[in-house]
Design a protein around this ligand. Sequence first.
Ligand code: ADE
Length: 227
Amino acid sequence: MRIDILTLLPELIESPLNHSIIKRAKEKGIVEIHLHNIRDYSTNKQKQVDDYAFGGGAGMVMCIEPIDLLIAKLKSERHYDEIIYTSPDGEIFNQHKANFLATKENLILLCGHYKGVDQRVRDHLITREISIGDYVLSGGELAAAVITDCLVRLLPGSISDETSALTDSFQDNLLAPPVYTRPADYKGWKVPDILLSGHQQQIDDWRHQQSEERTMRLRPDLLEGDE
Ligand code: ADE
């Protein structure tokens, strides 16, 4: 998979994409992540990338031209499956959408800023808008980092234990069961006996029951549908 991230603040997104699972996935050639500074595509002398809103109002608006030039350049080099704009107005991101996007070959993530982008970017250049939740961030970079992290860990080979991503919370619309490690008894707080029993089938059944019980208690909405 290849992910191109278009941003005004590449520094903001560099660090989260250079550690742990993502770092290893990049080293193994499972994913390529390219950061592009939209400012590099500004055609005016001041390298301006935003302007006042027509009709007035507070806040600057990101201009269409540098974004269009950058997207056109990328599209001339390869086909993109989706060109995603990160915005609080978008469809809410969840595991179901992550699983779908993780099957794609090439993605663009466009990070919004200021009061947003010129509406014509949204009308003509992107294929979908994604929000990571009903709250407003200062920019789309953190959202792009969240989406990228979530997708990369789903790519085959990213996680050494292949079943691990599949047993994450939200796969099957269930929260993950509790996990424990040594010591088996800490200050009298004991690990459930079943996990020490060695009966794998019973352990699997117990974990499934725990997942169902936790989901019912903490996130009953997940049991109502797969969106
Ligand atoms: N940009 C600002 N807020 C956002 C959000 N909640 N999700 C995605 N992008 C955003």
